[in-house]
Design a protein around this ligand. Structure first.
Ligand code: PMP
Length: 452
Protein backbone atom coordinates (compact mmCIF):
# COMPACT_ATOMS: atom_id res chain seq x y z
CA UNK A 1 0.00 0.00 0.00
CA UNK A 2 1.25 3.52 -0.75
CA UNK A 3 2.73 5.32 2.24
CA UNK A 4 0.49 8.33 2.92
CA UNK A 5 3.23 10.08 4.87
CA UNK A 6 5.53 10.09 1.86
CA UNK A 7 3.30 12.69 0.22
CA UNK A 8 2.11 14.58 3.29
CA UNK A 9 3.54 15.03 6.76
CA UNK A 10 0.02 15.40 8.15
CA UNK A 11 -1.49 12.24 9.57
CA UNK A 12 -5.03 11.34 8.67
CA UNK A 13 -7.05 9.74 11.50
CA UNK A 14 -6.58 5.96 11.48
CA UNK A 15 -9.01 3.64 9.70
CA UNK A 16 -9.37 -0.10 10.21
CA UNK A 17 -10.73 -0.90 6.75
CA UNK A 18 -8.26 -2.55 4.39
CA UNK A 19 -9.09 -1.99 0.71
CA UNK A 20 -9.00 -5.04 -1.56
CA UNK A 21 -5.93 -5.18 -3.83
CA UNK A 22 -6.82 -3.53 -7.13
CA UNK A 23 -6.36 -5.70 -10.21
CA UNK A 24 -8.21 -3.73 -12.90
CA UNK A 25 -6.95 -1.59 -15.78
CA UNK A 26 -4.35 1.07 -14.99
CA UNK A 27 -5.31 4.67 -14.32
CA UNK A 28 -3.69 5.68 -17.64
CA UNK A 29 -5.73 3.09 -19.55
CA UNK A 30 -8.93 4.23 -17.86
CA UNK A 31 -8.21 7.88 -18.60
CA UNK A 32 -7.29 7.15 -22.22
CA UNK A 33 -10.49 5.21 -22.75
CA UNK A 34 -12.56 7.95 -21.15
CA UNK A 35 -10.96 10.63 -23.31
CA UNK A 36 -11.49 8.54 -26.43
CA UNK A 37 -15.07 7.38 -25.90
CA UNK A 38 -16.79 9.50 -23.26
CA UNK A 39 -18.68 12.79 -23.66
CA UNK A 40 -15.94 15.42 -23.98
CA UNK A 41 -17.81 17.74 -21.65
CA UNK A 42 -17.26 15.41 -18.69
CA UNK A 43 -14.72 17.26 -16.59
CA UNK A 44 -12.54 16.09 -13.75
CA UNK A 45 -11.36 17.75 -10.62
CA UNK A 46 -7.57 18.18 -10.22
CA UNK A 47 -4.90 18.59 -12.88
CA UNK A 48 -4.19 14.87 -12.71
CA UNK A 49 -7.53 13.14 -12.17
CA UNK A 50 -7.84 10.76 -9.25
CA UNK A 51 -9.11 7.26 -9.93
CA UNK A 52 -11.18 5.89 -7.07
CA UNK A 53 -11.72 2.17 -6.68
CA UNK A 54 -13.07 1.65 -3.17
CA UNK A 55 -14.89 3.50 -0.44
CA UNK A 56 -15.85 2.85 3.17
CA UNK A 57 -17.47 5.36 5.49
CA UNK A 58 -15.84 8.75 4.97
CA UNK A 59 -12.78 7.32 3.22
CA UNK A 60 -11.92 6.55 -0.38
CA UNK A 61 -9.01 4.64 -1.90
CA UNK A 62 -7.32 5.01 -5.26
CA UNK A 63 -5.90 2.14 -7.31
CA UNK A 64 -2.54 2.34 -5.51
CA UNK A 65 -4.21 1.85 -2.12
CA UNK A 66 -3.77 5.50 -1.13
CA UNK A 67 -6.48 6.67 1.25
CA UNK A 68 -8.37 9.97 1.01
CA UNK A 69 -10.71 11.71 3.41
CA UNK A 70 -13.84 12.47 1.42
CA UNK A 71 -15.16 15.97 2.14
CA UNK A 72 -17.47 16.22 -0.85
CA UNK A 73 -19.31 12.84 -0.74
CA UNK A 74 -19.96 12.46 -4.46
CA UNK A 75 -21.34 16.03 -4.38
CA UNK A 76 -23.37 15.88 -1.15
CA UNK A 77 -24.72 12.47 -2.11
CA UNK A 78 -23.07 9.71 -0.10
CA UNK A 79 -24.33 11.21 3.15
CA UNK A 80 -24.53 7.97 5.12
CA UNK A 81 -20.98 7.08 4.13
CA UNK A 82 -19.56 4.83 1.44
CA UNK A 83 -20.64 1.19 1.52
CA UNK A 84 -23.07 1.75 4.37
CA UNK A 85 -24.03 -1.75 5.58
CA UNK A 86 -27.70 -0.93 6.17
CA UNK A 87 -28.16 0.65 2.73
CA UNK A 88 -26.22 -2.14 1.02
CA UNK A 89 -28.23 -4.83 2.80
CA UNK A 90 -31.50 -3.23 1.71
CA UNK A 91 -30.31 -2.94 -1.90
CA UNK A 92 -28.92 -6.49 -2.06
CA UNK A 93 -32.03 -8.03 -0.59
CA UNK A 94 -34.26 -6.24 -3.09
CA UNK A 95 -31.96 -6.93 -6.06
CA UNK A 96 -32.16 -10.62 -5.44
CA UNK A 97 -35.94 -10.76 -5.20
CA UNK A 98 -37.31 -8.30 -7.78
CA UNK A 99 -35.24 -5.68 -9.57
CA UNK A 100 -37.87 -3.95 -11.67
CA UNK A 101 -41.53 -4.09 -12.56
CA UNK A 102 -42.74 -0.43 -12.78
CA UNK A 103 -45.51 1.28 -10.90
CA UNK A 104 -48.27 -0.30 -12.98
CA UNK A 105 -48.12 -3.05 -10.33
CA UNK A 106 -48.14 -2.81 -6.56
CA UNK A 107 -44.91 -3.20 -4.61
CA UNK A 108 -44.56 -2.50 -0.87
CA UNK A 109 -41.39 -0.39 -1.12
CA UNK A 110 -43.03 2.33 -3.19
CA UNK A 111 -45.72 3.42 -0.75
CA UNK A 112 -43.50 2.73 2.23
CA UNK A 113 -40.77 5.14 1.16
CA UNK A 114 -43.39 7.76 0.28
CA UNK A 115 -44.94 7.40 3.76
CA UNK A 116 -41.60 7.44 5.57
CA UNK A 117 -40.58 10.62 3.74
CA UNK A 118 -43.94 12.24 4.51
CA UNK A 119 -43.37 11.46 8.19
CA UNK A 120 -40.20 13.56 8.15
CA UNK A 121 -41.93 16.55 6.50
CA UNK A 122 -44.39 19.16 7.81
CA UNK A 123 -48.04 18.08 7.83
CA UNK A 124 -49.62 18.20 4.41
CA UNK A 125 -46.45 17.56 2.44
CA UNK A 126 -47.29 13.96 1.82
CA UNK A 127 -47.70 12.95 -1.81
CA UNK A 128 -44.56 11.64 -3.51
CA UNK A 129 -43.56 11.20 -7.16
CA UNK A 130 -40.25 9.43 -7.60
CA UNK A 131 -37.76 10.33 -10.30
CA UNK A 132 -34.18 9.36 -11.15
CA UNK A 133 -32.45 12.67 -10.60
CA UNK A 134 -32.70 16.13 -9.15
CA UNK A 135 -33.13 17.74 -12.57
CA UNK A 136 -36.15 15.59 -13.26
CA UNK A 137 -37.57 16.35 -9.82
CA UNK A 138 -37.26 20.12 -10.29
CA UNK A 139 -38.72 19.99 -13.77
CA UNK A 140 -41.71 18.01 -12.49
CA UNK A 141 -42.14 20.34 -9.51
CA UNK A 142 -42.36 23.37 -11.78
CA UNK A 143 -44.78 21.53 -14.08
CA UNK A 144 -46.98 20.74 -11.08
CA UNK A 145 -46.86 24.33 -9.89
CA UNK A 146 -47.82 25.67 -13.32
CA UNK A 147 -50.63 23.18 -13.84
CA UNK A 148 -51.95 23.87 -10.34
CA UNK A 149 -51.84 27.66 -10.45
CA UNK A 150 -52.61 28.07 -14.16
CA UNK A 151 -49.79 30.65 -14.17
CA UNK A 152 -46.43 30.31 -15.92
CA UNK A 153 -43.96 32.70 -14.31
CA UNK A 154 -41.40 31.15 -12.02
CA UNK A 155 -38.94 32.99 -9.82
CA UNK A 156 -35.62 31.32 -9.10
CA UNK A 157 -32.56 32.69 -7.30
CA UNK A 158 -29.28 33.87 -8.79
CA UNK A 159 -26.36 31.51 -8.26
CA UNK A 160 -28.73 28.61 -7.52
CA UNK A 161 -28.31 25.33 -9.36
CA UNK A 162 -31.35 23.24 -10.24
CA UNK A 163 -30.32 20.90 -13.04
CA UNK A 164 -29.06 20.40 -16.56
CA UNK A 165 -32.22 19.71 -18.58
CA UNK A 166 -33.42 22.58 -20.75
CA UNK A 167 -36.04 23.76 -18.25
CA UNK A 168 -33.88 23.33 -15.15
CA UNK A 169 -30.90 24.93 -16.87
CA UNK A 170 -33.23 27.88 -17.20
CA UNK A 171 -33.92 27.77 -13.47
CA UNK A 172 -30.20 27.62 -12.72
CA UNK A 173 -28.67 31.01 -12.04
CA UNK A 174 -25.02 30.36 -12.89
CA UNK A 175 -23.68 31.19 -16.36
CA UNK A 176 -21.06 28.43 -16.26
CA UNK A 177 -23.85 25.84 -16.39
CA UNK A 178 -25.93 27.53 -19.08
CA UNK A 179 -25.47 26.54 -22.70
CA UNK A 180 -26.55 28.79 -25.56
CA UNK A 181 -29.85 27.01 -26.03
CA UNK A 182 -33.43 28.03 -25.27
CA UNK A 183 -33.86 27.51 -21.54
CA UNK A 184 -37.32 27.20 -20.14
CA UNK A 185 -39.87 29.98 -20.38
CA UNK A 186 -41.00 32.78 -18.10
CA UNK A 187 -38.23 32.29 -15.56
CA UNK A 188 -36.96 35.28 -13.60
CA UNK A 189 -33.96 35.33 -11.30
CA UNK A 190 -34.05 37.29 -8.09
CA UNK A 191 -30.89 38.46 -6.33
CA UNK A 192 -28.88 35.99 -4.29
CA UNK A 193 -29.86 36.87 -0.70
CA UNK A 194 -26.48 35.96 0.82
CA UNK A 195 -25.05 39.10 2.47
CA UNK A 196 -21.43 38.51 1.41
CA UNK A 197 -21.86 39.68 -2.19
CA UNK A 198 -25.26 41.25 -1.96
CA UNK A 199 -26.03 44.23 -4.22
CA UNK A 200 -27.73 45.71 -1.15
CA UNK A 201 -26.14 47.37 1.83
CA UNK A 202 -26.97 47.04 5.49
CA UNK A 203 -27.10 44.49 8.24
CA UNK A 204 -27.86 40.85 7.36
CA UNK A 205 -31.47 41.45 8.41
CA UNK A 206 -31.78 44.53 6.20
CA UNK A 207 -30.25 42.62 3.30
CA UNK A 208 -32.75 39.82 3.90
CA UNK A 209 -35.65 42.31 3.70
CA UNK A 210 -34.27 44.07 0.62
CA UNK A 211 -33.61 40.76 -1.11
CA UNK A 212 -37.18 39.62 -0.46
CA UNK A 213 -38.24 43.06 -1.75
CA UNK A 214 -36.57 42.14 -5.04
CA UNK A 215 -38.94 39.16 -5.32
CA UNK A 216 -41.86 41.61 -4.95
CA UNK A 217 -40.30 43.89 -7.57
CA UNK A 218 -39.99 41.03 -10.04
CA UNK A 219 -43.62 40.09 -9.50
CA UNK A 220 -44.69 43.70 -9.94
CA UNK A 221 -42.55 44.53 -12.98
CA UNK A 222 -41.84 41.32 -14.88
CA UNK A 223 -44.94 39.15 -14.49
CA UNK A 224 -48.69 39.59 -14.98
CA UNK A 225 -48.85 40.00 -11.20
CA UNK A 226 -49.60 36.34 -10.70
CA UNK A 227 -46.87 33.72 -10.59
CA UNK A 228 -46.69 29.93 -10.59
CA UNK A 229 -43.81 29.36 -8.21
CA UNK A 230 -40.75 30.42 -6.32
CA UNK A 231 -37.97 27.82 -6.40
CA UNK A 232 -35.02 28.12 -4.05
CA UNK A 233 -32.46 26.15 -2.11
CA UNK A 234 -32.42 27.05 1.58
CA UNK A 235 -28.63 26.94 1.31
CA UNK A 236 -27.22 26.98 -2.20
CA UNK A 237 -24.99 24.02 -2.93
CA UNK A 238 -23.23 24.70 -6.22
CA UNK A 239 -23.58 28.42 -5.40
CA UNK A 240 -21.10 27.93 -2.55
CA UNK A 241 -23.13 27.56 0.68
CA UNK A 242 -24.72 30.97 0.06
CA UNK A 243 -27.99 31.63 1.87
CA UNK A 244 -30.37 34.33 2.98
CA UNK A 245 -30.34 35.24 6.64
CA UNK A 246 -33.11 35.88 9.13
CA UNK A 247 -36.51 36.38 7.56
CA UNK A 248 -35.49 36.16 3.91
CA UNK A 249 -37.29 32.96 3.01
CA UNK A 250 -40.33 33.83 5.11
CA UNK A 251 -40.74 37.17 3.35
CA UNK A 252 -40.01 35.78 -0.11
CA UNK A 253 -42.54 32.96 0.42
CA UNK A 254 -45.15 35.48 1.55
CA UNK A 255 -44.63 37.66 -1.53
CA UNK A 256 -44.98 34.66 -3.84
CA UNK A 257 -48.06 33.33 -2.10
CA UNK A 258 -49.65 36.78 -2.21
CA UNK A 259 -49.21 36.56 -5.99
CA UNK A 260 -50.92 33.15 -6.14
CA UNK A 261 -47.72 31.12 -6.44
CA UNK A 262 -46.51 28.04 -4.63
CA UNK A 263 -43.13 27.71 -2.90
CA UNK A 264 -40.76 24.95 -3.96
CA UNK A 265 -37.81 24.02 -1.76
CA UNK A 266 -34.96 22.36 -3.65
CA UNK A 267 -33.58 20.12 -0.91
CA UNK A 268 -31.32 18.16 -3.26
CA UNK A 269 -28.18 19.24 -1.39
CA UNK A 270 -29.32 20.70 1.90
CA UNK A 271 -31.80 17.98 2.86
CA UNK A 272 -31.48 14.66 4.66
CA UNK A 273 -29.97 15.97 7.92
CA UNK A 274 -26.97 17.68 6.33
CA UNK A 275 -27.56 21.00 8.08
CA UNK A 276 -27.51 19.27 11.48
CA UNK A 277 -30.11 21.14 13.50
CA UNK A 278 -32.95 20.03 11.27
CA UNK A 279 -33.64 17.20 8.88
CA UNK A 280 -34.59 19.62 6.09
CA UNK A 281 -32.74 22.75 5.06
CA UNK A 282 -35.84 24.97 4.93
CA UNK A 283 -36.63 24.17 8.59
CA UNK A 284 -33.61 26.27 9.58
CA UNK A 285 -35.48 29.31 8.29
CA UNK A 286 -38.96 28.74 9.70
CA UNK A 287 -40.80 28.18 6.41
CA UNK A 288 -43.03 25.42 5.08
CA UNK A 289 -42.88 24.91 1.33
CA UNK A 290 -45.71 23.55 -0.80
CA UNK A 291 -43.46 21.26 -2.80
CA UNK A 292 -40.02 19.84 -1.99
CA UNK A 293 -37.60 18.27 -4.45
CA UNK A 294 -35.12 15.62 -3.40
CA UNK A 295 -32.24 13.70 -4.96
CA UNK A 296 -28.60 12.89 -4.18
CA UNK A 297 -28.56 11.87 -0.47
CA UNK A 298 -31.97 10.20 -0.75
CA UNK A 299 -30.26 7.19 -2.38
CA UNK A 300 -26.74 7.49 -0.90
CA UNK A 301 -25.47 7.06 -4.46
CA UNK A 302 -28.35 5.17 -6.10
CA UNK A 303 -30.06 7.14 -8.89
CA UNK A 304 -33.13 8.40 -7.09
CA UNK A 305 -35.02 11.65 -6.83
CA UNK A 306 -38.44 12.70 -5.59
CA UNK A 307 -41.02 15.46 -5.62
CA UNK A 308 -43.21 15.70 -2.55
CA UNK A 309 -46.18 17.97 -2.78
CA UNK A 310 -49.34 18.91 -1.00
CA UNK A 311 -52.18 16.66 -2.09
CA UNK A 312 -54.19 19.37 -3.85
CA UNK A 313 -51.15 20.23 -5.99
CA UNK A 314 -50.29 16.61 -6.81
CA UNK A 315 -53.93 16.06 -7.87
CA UNK A 316 -53.15 17.87 -11.16
CA UNK A 317 -51.29 14.75 -12.28
CA UNK A 318 -54.67 13.11 -12.76
CA UNK A 319 -55.43 15.52 -15.60
CA UNK A 320 -53.29 13.41 -17.97
CA UNK A 321 -51.24 10.24 -17.89
CA UNK A 322 -47.93 10.59 -16.06
CA UNK A 323 -45.39 7.80 -16.00
CA UNK A 324 -41.70 7.37 -15.25
CA UNK A 325 -40.20 3.95 -16.08
CA UNK A 326 -37.67 3.90 -13.26
CA UNK A 327 -39.46 6.22 -10.85
CA UNK A 328 -40.51 4.01 -7.92
CA UNK A 329 -38.09 1.22 -8.89
CA UNK A 330 -38.05 -1.26 -5.99
CA UNK A 331 -34.24 -1.30 -5.65
CA UNK A 332 -34.03 2.50 -5.61
CA UNK A 333 -36.87 2.57 -3.07
CA UNK A 334 -34.98 0.03 -0.95
CA UNK A 335 -31.95 2.30 -1.01
CA UNK A 336 -34.11 5.22 0.11
CA UNK A 337 -35.52 3.19 2.99
CA UNK A 338 -32.01 2.12 3.98
CA UNK A 339 -30.90 5.77 3.98
CA UNK A 340 -33.69 6.88 6.32
CA UNK A 341 -32.89 3.97 8.65
CA UNK A 342 -29.15 4.69 8.59
CA UNK A 343 -29.62 8.39 9.38
CA UNK A 344 -31.77 7.46 12.35
CA UNK A 345 -29.76 4.50 13.64
CA UNK A 346 -26.38 6.20 13.31
CA UNK A 347 -27.54 9.53 14.74
CA UNK A 348 -26.23 11.28 11.63
CA UNK A 349 -28.21 14.48 12.09
CA UNK A 350 -26.78 15.02 15.55
CA UNK A 351 -23.32 14.14 14.26
CA UNK A 352 -23.68 16.69 11.45
CA UNK A 353 -24.55 19.33 14.04
CA UNK A 354 -21.82 18.49 16.52
CA UNK A 355 -18.97 17.87 14.07
CA UNK A 356 -20.22 20.60 11.74
CA UNK A 357 -20.09 23.19 14.54
CA UNK A 358 -16.57 22.14 15.44
CA UNK A 359 -15.46 22.24 11.82
CA UNK A 360 -16.98 25.66 11.25
CA UNK A 361 -15.31 26.99 14.41
CA UNK A 362 -11.99 25.65 13.08
CA UNK A 363 -12.56 27.33 9.73
CA UNK A 364 -13.47 30.64 11.37
CA UNK A 365 -10.28 30.40 13.37
CA UNK A 366 -8.34 29.86 10.13
CA UNK A 367 -10.02 32.95 8.74
CA UNK A 368 -8.39 35.02 11.48
CA UNK A 369 -4.96 33.91 10.27
CA UNK A 370 -5.40 33.65 6.51
CA UNK A 371 -6.12 36.83 4.60
CA UNK A 372 -7.49 35.02 1.48
CA UNK A 373 -10.41 33.62 3.45
CA UNK A 374 -13.08 36.24 2.84
CA UNK A 375 -16.05 34.36 4.26
CA UNK A 376 -16.95 31.13 6.04
CA UNK A 377 -20.63 30.21 5.90
CA UNK A 378 -23.16 27.42 5.98
CA UNK A 379 -24.76 25.14 8.53
CA UNK A 380 -23.92 21.70 9.85
CA UNK A 381 -21.89 19.82 7.29
CA UNK A 382 -22.79 22.09 4.40
CA UNK A 383 -20.06 24.70 4.57
CA UNK A 384 -18.32 27.07 2.19
CA UNK A 385 -15.00 28.89 2.44
CA UNK A 386 -14.80 31.81 0.01
CA UNK A 387 -11.33 32.87 -1.11
CA UNK A 388 -10.61 36.44 -2.19
CA UNK A 389 -7.65 38.47 -3.43
CA UNK A 390 -8.19 40.97 -0.66
CA UNK A 391 -10.95 41.39 1.85
CA UNK A 392 -11.69 44.98 0.92
CA UNK A 393 -12.38 44.49 -2.80
CA UNK A 394 -13.54 40.86 -2.34
CA UNK A 395 -11.96 40.10 -5.70
CA UNK A 396 -12.70 36.41 -6.29
CA UNK A 397 -9.55 34.28 -6.03
CA UNK A 398 -10.47 31.39 -8.34
CA UNK A 399 -6.84 30.48 -9.18
CA UNK A 400 -5.94 30.39 -5.48
CA UNK A 401 -8.98 28.21 -4.82
CA UNK A 402 -7.82 25.72 -7.47
CA UNK A 403 -4.32 25.69 -5.93
CA UNK A 404 -5.66 25.09 -2.43
CA UNK A 405 -7.77 22.26 -3.78
CA UNK A 406 -4.66 20.64 -5.31
CA UNK A 407 -2.69 21.10 -2.09
CA UNK A 408 -5.46 19.52 -0.02
CA UNK A 409 -5.50 16.57 -2.36
CA UNK A 410 -1.75 16.18 -1.83
CA UNK A 411 -2.48 15.84 1.88
CA UNK A 412 -5.27 13.36 1.18
CA UNK A 413 -8.28 15.66 1.64
CA UNK A 414 -10.86 15.82 -1.15
CA UNK A 415 -12.92 19.02 -1.29
CA UNK A 416 -15.31 20.54 -3.81
CA UNK A 417 -15.19 23.89 -5.55
CA UNK A 418 -18.01 26.20 -6.63
CA UNK A 419 -19.65 29.57 -6.31
CA UNK A 420 -20.54 31.98 -9.08
CA UNK A 421 -16.87 32.85 -9.50
CA UNK A 422 -15.40 29.38 -8.83
CA UNK A 423 -13.63 30.66 -5.70
CA UNK A 424 -15.47 28.82 -2.94
CA UNK A 425 -14.20 25.65 -1.31
CA UNK A 426 -17.22 23.43 -0.84
CA UNK A 427 -17.33 21.17 2.19
CA UNK A 428 -19.98 18.45 2.20
CA UNK A 429 -18.58 15.28 3.71
CA UNK A 430 -20.49 12.12 4.51
CA UNK A 431 -22.39 12.87 7.73
CA UNK A 432 -20.45 10.16 9.57
CA UNK A 433 -17.15 12.08 9.79
CA UNK A 434 -15.60 12.30 13.23
CA UNK A 435 -14.21 15.25 15.18
CA UNK A 436 -10.74 13.89 14.40
CA UNK A 437 -11.56 14.06 10.68
CA UNK A 438 -12.78 17.64 11.08
CA UNK A 439 -9.60 18.63 12.94
CA UNK A 440 -7.46 16.94 10.29
CA UNK A 441 -9.30 18.84 7.53
CA UNK A 442 -8.67 22.17 9.30
CA UNK A 443 -5.00 21.27 9.71
CA UNK A 444 -4.77 20.39 6.01
CA UNK A 445 -6.45 23.62 4.94
CA UNK A 446 -4.10 25.58 7.15
CA UNK A 447 -1.12 23.87 5.52
CA UNK A 448 -2.62 24.25 2.03
CA UNK A 449 -3.15 27.99 2.49
CA UNK A 450 0.47 28.27 3.64
CA UNK A 451 1.60 25.89 0.82
CA UNK A 452 3.36 23.75 3.40
N1 PMP B 1 -30.67 20.76 -7.39
C1 PMP B 1 -29.53 20.97 -6.75
C2 PMP B 1 -29.53 21.88 -5.55
C3 PMP B 1 -28.35 20.35 -7.15
O1 PMP B 1 -27.22 20.59 -6.49
C4 PMP B 1 -28.39 19.48 -8.26
C5 PMP B 1 -27.14 18.77 -8.75
N2 PMP B 1 -25.94 19.33 -8.44
C6 PMP B 1 -29.60 19.30 -8.92
C7 PMP B 1 -30.73 19.94 -8.45
C8 PMP B 1 -29.70 18.41 -10.11
O2 PMP B 1 -29.56 17.09 -9.71
P1 PMP B 1 -29.13 15.95 -10.76
O3 PMP B 1 -27.68 16.16 -11.08
O4 PMP B 1 -29.41 14.68 -10.01
O5 PMP B 1 -30.01 16.10 -11.95
Amino acid sequence: MADETAISRLRMPPCSHQPAPYGGPSREEVWTERRRYVNPGVFHLYREPIMLVEGRGQYLWDETGRRYLDFIAGIATVSCGHGHPRVLARIREQLETLQHATTIYLHPNYGELARRLAETLPDGLEVACFTNSGSEANELAVNLARAYTCATDVIAVRSGYHGGSAATMGLTGLSSWKFSIPQGVSIHHTVCPDPYRSPFEGSPDEIARKSAGDVQQIIACQTPGRVAAFLAEAIQGVGGATHGRGDYLRLAYRAVRDAGGVCIADEVQCGFARTGRHFWGFQNFGVEPDIVTLAKAIGNGMPLGAVIARREIAEVLKQKLHFNTFGGNPVAMAAGLGVLEAIEEDGLQENARRVGDRLKAGLLELMQRHEPIGDVRGLGLMLGVELVGDRESKEPAAAECAEVLEECRRHGLLLGKGGLHGNVLRIKPPLCITEADADFAVEVLDAALRRK
